[in-house]
Design a protein around this ligand. Structure first.
Ligand code: ATP
Length: 306
C-alpha cells in the first residue's frame, strides 16, 4: 500500500530510496518533501501552536479527476483531542492523513489548522509538527535505542528510556540481555509487528509532535500485544491532537469522535456509546468484534460484509 502514496513521476526515485534505507512512512514523507514541488505561498506562516485544532471543512478529493475518493468530509479535532476513523479497506481513511500531511491538495473545501488553511502554512513547519506512526515500521539495522531516537537527534538516554517505558516496551526490553542496545532489523533481532509499532510510538513520544497521525497496523496481534499498543497509544495521544486510522475497536473506544467511512463518505459519527445506541454500522462492527473475541484472532473493524 506504500506505493499508493506516491505520485507516479516519483516512483522510480522512491523505489531506489526504499531499497536503500527507508526507515518508515514518516521518512518517506521527508524524502518526498525534498522532491515535491509544492512552493510555499509568499506570505505563508509557520505553524506555532502546541495543541492545534484541526478542521476539515467540506473536503472532496480524488487522486485522479475522474475518480472521487472523498466526498464532502467535515470534522473538527479540538486541541489535544482524538478523532478515530474506521471503515472498510479503500474507504478513504488513509487519504485523510495524506491530505493533512499536505501530500496532496484538496479539490474542494478546506483543511485548516488553528484556522489557517494548510496552503497558507509553510510546508516544512506543517510536517515538522506532525508525527506519524505508520502501519509498517521498517527498522534500521541498529540498536533499539538508535531506532527510538531517530528523528530526535541529541536525545538524552534518560529521555529515550522514558519513551520506551511509556510505549510499553519495558517488558520486552527486560527480556533482552542487551536491552536498549540490542541490534534489530534485517541483520539483528526480528521483532513482531506489534513490537515494531511500539518502537514507532516511542519514537513519536520522543519527538513530541503537536499533531499525531496513528495509522494502525492491520496485521494480526494477540490480545496482549493489542492491549500494549492501545495503552502506548493512550500515553502518546494524551497531550496531542490525534488522528487515528483504526482497524481495531480497542483503539477507538476512548476517541472523542469516531467517523465511520464508506466509499469516501462519512456515514456515521459520534462517540463509542452513542454509536452503539444508534445501532447502525458501528454497532454491527462492535457485535462482530464481540463474536470474534471468542476466537484468539485479530478483530478488524471493517463493516460486516465489506
Ligand atoms: P486501508 O484500510 O486498506 O488502509 P483506506 O480506507 O485507508 O484503506 P485509502 O488508502 O485512503 O483507503 O484509499 C482510498 C482509495 O483511494 C482506494 O480505492 C485506493 O485505491 C485509492 N488510492 C489510494 N492512493 C492512491 C493513489 N496514490 N493514486 C490513486 N488512487 C489511490
Amino acid at each position: 500500500m506504500l506505493q499508493l502514496f506516491i505520485p507516479l513521476n516519483f516512483l522510480g526515485f522512491v523505489y531506489r530510496e526504499l531499497k536503500k534505507s527507508l526507515a518508515d512512512t514518516a521518512r518517506m514523507f521527508r524524502l518526498m518533501d525534498i522532491e515535491a514541488a509544492i512552493d510555499d505561498a509568499p506570505d505563508a506562516s509557520a505553524l506555532a501552536g502546541r495543541r492545534p485544532q484541526i478542521r476539515f471543512d467540506h473536503v472532496s478529493f480524488g487522486y485522479q479527476p475522474e475518480r472521487r475518493i472523498l466526498t464532502d468530509v467535515s470534522f473538527t479535532i479540538a486541541p489535544g483531542r482524538k478523532l478515530a476513523v474506521v471503515g472498510h479497506s479503500g474507504a478513504g481513511k488513509s487519504t485523510l492523513a495524506r491530505l493533512l500531511f499536505r501530500f496532496y491538495d484538496v479539490n474542494a473545501g478546506h483543511i485548516s489548522i488553528d484556522g489557517v488553511d494548510l496552503r497558507d502554512l509553510q510546508l516544512a513547519s506543517l510536517r515538522d509538527a506532525i508525527g506519524v506512526v505508520p502501519q509498517d515500521t521498517v527498522l534500521f539495522n541498529d540498536s533499539i535505542e538508535y531506532n527510538i531516537a531517530y528523528g530526535a537527534p541529541g536525545a538524552q538516554p534518560e529521555a529515550i528510556a522514558r519513551a520506551a517505558r511509556l510505549a510499553h516496551l519495558d517488558g520486552m526490553l527486560a527480556q533482552l540481555p542487551h536491552g536498549l542496545d540490542t541490534i534489530v532489523g534485517e541483520r539483528g533481532l526480528k521483532l513482531s509487528g506489534g513490537e515494531k509499532q511500539r518502537i514507532a510510538i516511542a519514537r513519536a513520544i520522543l519527538k513530541n509532535p503537536a499533531i499525531l497521525i496513528f495509522d494502525e497496523a492491520t496485521s494480526s496481534l494477540d490480545s496482549h500485544a493489542e492491549q500494549a499498543i492501545s495503552a502506548a497509544l493512550s500515553e502518546l495521544a494524551a497531550d496531542h491532537t490525534t488522528l487515528v486510522i483504526a482497524h481495531r475497536l480497542s483503539t477507538v473506544v476512548d476517541a472523542d469522535e469516531i467517523l465511520v467511512m464508506d466509499e469516501g463518505h462519512v456515514v456515521e459519527r459520534g462517540q463509542h456509546a452513542q454509536l452503539l445506541a444508534a445501532d447502525g454500522r458501528y454497532a454491527a462492527m462492535w457485535r462482530l468484534q464481540q463474536r470474534e473475541a471468542q476466537a484468539p484472532i485479530e478483530t478488524d473493524v471493517s463493516p460486516a460484509g465489506a
